[in-house]
Design a binder for this molecule. Structure first.
Ligand code: SAH
Ligand code: SF4
Ligand code: F3S
Length: 436
């Protein structure tokens, strides 16, 4: 049987698709690169905002209309199954054959078999308190970057967010287990490891915290860069800031989701910090490492957010000067505390005005920050020997995760090249390799 997997959503889903590939290969399924060739199509889905759901629903209908699509088995895995539960198959509107939630992947082979043997829709959406896929070998496509999920789930219950419901409670893997996987990755030629978790810095196992884990991974020869995502601002003890600032293998980039700048809104969101706490943390980070690259996530139009309160988000953006920001319109998610407690009362027009304003502001800040790199030299880890636009250029990333485009030279994928930055836009740096 030939299986094709398409992945939506966050990096955790990318990693989980590798886990699923590992599990299915063990059972002698063949992995193919297109829906056309496949007997079984898996969509690894995201449910974080309404438009993520809608994208997948449209895709399922399109897949059914493919040549031969009527006879293929289509399954949804990931966060839509646990977000919508049996409703997804019970209402019969979506032409799918089975669903499996993020903790059910070990049972995927039997779910697939079941759906082949009978026309009943197969499903498993139980969430586990302990599943970390320990012992499963993720099947990776290789490359310079490898992902490792070190914890799964979320206990924070930010009132807007569906993730605690789709992914269940927090659980962490042992340090040994993570280090073993990181060693395997390094042995396969992976230079950079991205440590993943829904709340990665609340990692906790047998008395060991996230700072300890990062240090342990950094002791592995061959691992040259370590990144992590997504952390929560509440879990940045001094010990962790010190490791990020001082361990040369840990990249000098912190993604620090702000969500909103106003303290009343942050309280309604249940973020556990206020505007002052957040700004104090940023100051502390900059004291440890002044050039730290900071990025963020922001939601505009949370229920009851006034124009004046929105100005606090603008104020924080101006003060912090993030290198980049993902900015979203609030999207009400069924089952969340916000959906139960607060009407979605900021109009679509207001949400659009606010997102446009923040995107324009961020673009100016990103451009100024990027232009400040002109003339500097950065170590760039080459990721691709072409760019979206050109096969005579190549691209890679700086320690601070900035994309750099440079003329193709002798360097290969996975090489570090010293690059002098010569030009910059809001999204990318351009440069030339220094001759060695
Ligand atoms: N666990 C991570 C990522 C969560 S989802 C974290 O805590 O940072 C990624 C981002 O999506 C969030 O940071 C938030 O900005 C956004 N998001 C989550 N739920 C949303 C919703 N209901 N509407 C709009 N944006 C949302
Ligand atoms: Fe969602 Fe908040 Fe958990 Fe992040 S920390 S996954 S935003 S509930
Ligand atoms: Fe989406 Fe689930 Fe990730 S909802 S953002 S795929 S944790």
């Amino acid at each position: 049987m030939k299986v094709y997997i398409e992945t939506y959503g966050c990096q955790m889903n990318e990693y989980d698709s590798e886990i699923v590939r590992g599990i299915l290969r063990e059972k002698a399924y063949a992995l193919v690169d297109s829906a056309e060739e496949a007997d079984i199509i898996l969509l690894n889905t995201c449910s974080v905002r309404d438009n993520a759901d809608r994208k997948v629903i449209a895709r399922v209908h399109a897949l059914r209309h493919l040549n031969g699509g009527a006879h293929k088995k289509i399954g949804l895995i990931g966060c839509m199954p646990t977000s919508h539960r049996q409703g997804l198959i019970a209402d019969g509107k979506l032409p799918i054959d089975f669903i499996a939630g993020p903790d059910s992947y070990r049972r995927l082979p039997s779910l697939i078999e079941k759906s082949i043997e009978s026309s009943d829709k197969a499903f498993d959406i139980r969430l586990s308190r302990s599943e970390t896929y320990s012992g499963v070998h993720p099947f990776r496509s290789g490359g310079v970057n490898g992902w490792i999920a070190v914890m799964r789930g979320c206990n924070n219950f930010c009132t807007f967010c569906v993730v605690p419901y789709t992914r269940g409670r927090e659980r962490s893997r042992s340090v040994d287990d993570v280090v073993t996987e990181a060693r395997e990755l390094a042995a396969q030629g992976c230079k950079q490891i991205t440590v993943l978790g829904q709340n990665v810095n609340s990692y906790q196992h047998d008395g060991h915290d996230f700072a300890y884990l990062l240090d342990k991974i950094s002791e592995i020869d061959g691992v040259q860069r370590i990144r992590f995502t997504s952390p929560h601002p509440k879990d940045f003890p001094t010990s962790l800031l010190r490791v990020v600032a001082e361990n040369p293998k840990v990249c000098k980039h912190i993604h620090l989701p702000l969500q909103a700048g106003n303290s009343r809104v942050l309280d309604l969101m249940h973020r556990t910090y206020d505007k002052e706490d957040y700004l104090a943390l940023v100051d502390k980070i900059k004291r440890f490492f002044p050039a730290m690259v900071l990025t963020t996530d922001i939601i505009v139009g949370f229920p009851t957010e006034t124009e004046k309160e929105f100005e606090d988000t603008v104020d924080v953006m101006q003060r912090v000067e993030f290198d980049s920001a993902f900015i979203f319109k609030y999207s009400e998610r069924k089952g969340t505390l916000a959906a139960k407690r607060f009407p979605d009362d900021v109009s679509a027009v207001k949400k659009t005005e606010r997102i446009v304003r923040l995107n324009e502001l961020q673009k100016e800040i990103s451009l100024a920050k990027n232009r400040a790199h002109i003339g500097q030299v950065h170590a760039v880890l080459i990721e691709s020997l072409r760019t979206k636009k050109s096969s005579s250029d190549m691209q890679g990333r700086t320690d601070g995760n900035k994309l750099v485009i440079l003329p193709r030279g002798d360097a290969g994928i996975g090489d570090f090249v010293q690059v002098r930055i010569t030009d910059a836009s809001a999204h990318v740096l351009k440069g030339r390799a220094l001759s060695t």
